[in-house]
Write a protein that binds this ligand. Structure first.
Ligand SMILES: [Zn+2]
Length: 193
């Protein structure tokens, strides 16, 4: 699985996937990745176990080292139970589909209670909406808009997002929209699920 990274690949494109001491990723969304510098440092500080390597080698006058692609922490860290509120995570909770019409194109955020009426930007008030539905709803309250929600917004758990991420992996939509994820998943797939 390591062969697609060769010596010409920039070091910046060689992050390491960080697993907890139980060998599950430290976080999924965003995926726990460390830069190659932080990774090398943690190896020298003896804080991690190297699980897998890239073919890419870093050289200095005193040492040569194959860059780790997957590392596991020696000390277990209690995972965050509530995922952070980010655009990506809202889309993932809503399965990358407009909560009004089901479209998965031109996705935006819609505030259920409009911001102009004091609506907050949080898990309970923001839903994924295509730009057409967003414009259609405008500053109206849901009940006055004549539109129906697929599901009410909620604070998802890490497991909710993980489950949705798994369902999307491999779908052409997911791959074409999140190219970086494709690279990451192809290198780290065996350690993710
Ligand atoms: Zn829509």
């Amino acid at each position: 699985m390591n062969n697609f990274i060769d010596q010409d690949v920039s070091l910046e494109k060689c992050p390491a996937l960080v697993l907890n001491a139980d060998y599950r990723p430290l976080s999924y969304y965003p995926l726990s990745l460390w830069s190659w510098q932080d990774t090398v440092k943690s190896v020298f500080l003896d804080r991690v176990i190297i699980v897998s390597n890239y073919d890419r080698v870093v050289r200095s006058p005193s040492f040569n080292m194959q860059l780790p692609s997957v590392i596991a922490l020696k000390d277990y860290i209690v995972p965050q139970s509530k995922p952070s509120f980010t655009r990506f995570n809202v889309f993932l909770r809503d399965k990358f589909s407009c909560q009004y019409c089901g479209s998965n194109e031109e996705l935006t955020f819609d505030h259920l209670l409009p911001r102009s009426k004091g609506g907050e930007t949080n898990w309970d008030n923001v839903v994924t909406a295509c730009s057409a539905c967003n414009v259609k709803k405008g500053g109206k309250l849901l009940k006055l808009s004549g539109m129906k929600l697929a599901q009410h917004p909620y604070q998802p758990s890490t497991e909710d997002l993980h489950r949705n991420g798994k369902a999307f992996f491999g779908s052409s939509f997911f791959i074409s929209n999140i190219l970086m994820m494709k690279l990451i998943f192809s290198e780290f797939y065996n350690f993710l699920f």
